[in-house]
Design a protein around this ligand. Sequence first.
Ligand code: IPD
Ligand code: CA
Ligand code: CA
Length: 264
Amino acid sequence: MEVIEILREASNRIYENVKDLAGTDDAAGDFGVGAGGDISRNIDMVAEKTVLDYLKEINFECVVLGEECGRVELSDEPKGFVIMDAIDGSANAVRGVPFFCSSLAFATENKLSSITDGVITNLSNGEMYWASKNKGSFFNNKQIKVHKKDPVYKIVGINTSGSSIELMNKLHPIFENHNHTRHFGANALEMAMFAKGLMDIFIDLRGKIRIQDIAAGYVIVKEAGGMLLDADLNPLDADLSYETRVSFIAAANQEILDEIMSQI
Ligand code: IPD
Ligand code: CA
Ligand code: CA
């Protein structure tokens, strides 16, 4: 079984197991602080267990790097890392806001740039975004590309949750100059939608994004033809450690990148 098929099946199983849980009192149950540093909710735990049970069932020889469960070694001779954010957008999932997803990626080395496969499933409706290195990005069964043409409405995705006043001041010209700024609350799903051409740029300069938030989006954006850069405009890369936090800019083309960067 190809790695991408394993990630897709795991992702489908998460959807089946959580689709009736989101927005219920049961979703919110508090399991203490997880490996990623946030409180693990019951819906996070159910989703992670689904993936771990499945990977064990098929004897997939890997090390899992989960946002809640931390590092779980499923083999003495692992083929690589499964980077798991089983529920991205937990606040939305718990409240029942229909914008949350699962994000599963596979990396061969301890680096973002070694990611070969990624799957992001919109858990409010089961729609799937997926990509394998050098094979393109897909939405369900249709190939997707970032939006290269001049858009009718320019949509600027910008994550500002928990930003300092200094960062807000720096970003202010973007808000002043653009009527269609967006932030929906699930970083991975926003990257997937950017890859599908629904936004022209998506930026998060808070320095808060974890590897789990970005791993599947990394390959889906790149395979859809997007530019993925760090805050210094170098190609984004990082190691897969739990301490790593990144800022990033995903841009559909050089023109929009230059336009936005000239304002901040
Ligand atoms: C969060 C979401 C959110 C982003 C936070 C992440 P979680 O992930 O991606 O959009 O602003 O920085 O921590 O906690 O819901 O998995
Ligand atoms: Ca996350
Ligand atoms: Ca999460």
